[in-house]
Ligand binder design. Sequence first.
Ligand SMILES: NC(=O)c1ccc[n+]([C@@H]2O[C@H](COP(=O)([O-])OP(=O)(O)OC[C@H]3O[C@@H](n4cnc5c(N)ncnc54)[C@H](O)[C@@H]3O)[C@@H](O)[C@H]2O)c1
Length: 355
Amino acid sequence: MNKSDKIRLGVVGTGQITQSAATQINAHPNGEVVAAFDTNEERVKSFCEKFDVANACTTLEALLADENVDAIYVATPNKFHIPTTMAALEAGKHVLLEKPFAMNLDEAKAAAALAKEKGLTLSLGMNQRFNPESQKVKALVEDGKLGEIYHVKGYWRRRSGIPKMGTWFVSKELAGGGALYDIGVHMLDLSLYLMDNFEPVSVSGVTYSKFGPRGLGEGGWGMSDKSDIAFDVDDFASAFIRLANGATVSLDATWACHTEKAGDNNVQLFGTEGGATTYPARLYRFSKEIPGAYEIVENLPDPKKPTMGNRFANFIDHLHEGTPVCCTLDQALAVQKVLDGIAESTRTGREVVLA
Ligand SMILES: NC(=O)c1ccc[n+]([C@@H]2O[C@H](COP(=O)([O-])OP(=O)(O)OC[C@H]3O[C@@H](n4cnc5c(N)ncnc54)[C@H](O)[C@@H]3O)[C@@H](O)[C@H]2O)c1
């Protein structure tokens, strides 16, 4: 890549998340959205007008044939993540894919293998990693402030946060999963990322659908046209994951449940020398100055890594400057393996040993 050139992105899926994605890509000095495709022709047209995008495509093939496009951002319903990614890789384009990676581990492995074979970058945009509060905790862990981290609790609980009823989000066929695939994946990924431990060995998990099927718990997200798609995904998921070094992760993800706060998400780390939370970033430990006292350290220093601004900046800097991608394929595969394990454990009612 010529260092003076911008990285030119084509976006696939011009729904809700791509509106903020395009703003962030275009705000980067070396990034630009130059083409777009969506199966909804009206939506892609208005997106291209809004963001002054030159090539509004009516087929994926047209987008992938555009020689001005260096890389693709995939933000379609989950079912189309891997077919779109594979087609983009076959066309010689790098890919930044939205979460979740895939509908299952086999699909994810096939895309990872193709990216490696083609020598192209495939990364996942795990945006929670880029939250400045998460980065403060990451710096604490890297500085050894927590000692040995033996347990982590990651949770995202919403009281009424099911994306718009009737959209692809609530369809198992189109989404693969509900709360677990939508928000659980973020907290699972963030938990493993903060521990820097992507070696899950077993998982016991369960998912429930207690609100959605009764038409309860709808939230605000989702701009896809409302249809009559029936709700058949989970709205509550819980899992316990064992890692190779003996550390454990407890995960909760709910779109809808009876709970104190309307929305509550956090990763809580328990270490031998200190504990931490991400939202807000805080350190918990015995006082260094006053014997017997306990301190909660707020206002933690901002590590200010410029390449960690957001997921698009990281991807563009990777292609432009060779900066390492934040989310590697091995990490993304480990997360997908746990998601598959939770599904199997829900089916069998047993702990699943992950190969
Ligand atoms: N990282 C995050 O914080 C975050 C937040 C929201 C959504 N997402 C992910 O982004 C993706 C899109 O979510 P959204 O909220 O923007 O959904 P959305 O429903 O608002 O938009 C999806 C768009 O994809 C289009 N589409 C459907 N099938 C397509 C296909 N085969 N090819 C091209 N376009 C197609 C739809 O017409 C729609 O415009 C999902 O994978 C979701 O999980 C990530």
